[in-house]
Design a protein around this ligand. Structure first.
Ligand code: HEC
Length: 119
C-alpha cells in the first residue's frame, strides 16, 4: 500500500469494527446493517477510492474492451457485487482474486468513488 491520507478512515474503521462485533453477536437486523452501509458509503473517502481504483481501471476502461464498464454503478449494488466476488458467490476468477484482496472499508471506498463517476 502506498501513501494515502488515512485521516478520513479512522471513523469508518471504528464503526466497521463495531458492525463486525455487532453481527458476531447477532444483535443487528438486516435493516440496521443496510442503514449502516449507506452511512459508511456517505462517509467514505473518495480520494482513497480513487487511489484504490488505479488497479481496476487498467481493465475497466470506459468502453470497447469487452470488460463491463463500472462507472456510475449505484454504491450499495457495487458493494454487494464486490462482496459476492469475494465470497465466490459470483463466478469470475479475476474478480474473485481482485475482491479477495480488499477489506470492507476498501470496497466501500471504491463503491463511493465509482458511483460518483458519470456512466
Ligand atoms: C484483470 C482485469 C480486471 C481487473 C484488474 C479488475 N476487474 Fe473487475 N471485472 C473484470 C471482468 C472480466 C469482469 C466481468 C466478470 C464477469 O463476467 O463476471 C469484471 C466485473 C466487475 C464488476 C461487475 C460489473 C458488472 O456490471 O457486473 C465490478 C463491480 C468490478 N469488476 C469491479 C472491479 C474493481 C472495483 C476492481 C479493482 C479493485 C476491478 N474490478 C479490477 C476484470 C477486471
Amino acid at each position: 500500500m502506498g501513501k494515502v491520507n488515512l485521516r478520513g478512515h479512522i471513523v469508518g474503521l471504528v464503526s466497521l469494527r463495531a458492525l463486525a462485533i455487532a453481527s458476531a453477536f447477532g444483535v443487528m437486523s438486516g435493516a440496521v446493517a443496510q442503514a449502516d452501509l449507506a452511512d459508511q458509503i456517505a462517509k467514505a473517502d473518495l480520494g482513497y477510492g480513487e487511489y484504490l481504483a488505479g488497479e481496476c481501471v487498467t481493465c475497466h476502461r470506459k468502453s470497447g474492451t469487452g470488460i463491463p464498464q463500472i462507472n456510475g454503478i449505484e454504491a450499495e449494488t457495487f458493494v454487494t457485487i464486490m462482496q459476492a466476488y469475494r465470497s465466490k458467490d459470483l463466478d469470475n476468477k479475476v474478480m474473485q482474486m481482485m475482491a479477495g484482496r480488499l477489506d470492507d472499508e476498501q470496497i466501500i471506498s471504491l463503491a463511493a468513488y465509482f458511483s460518483s463517476l458519470p456512466e
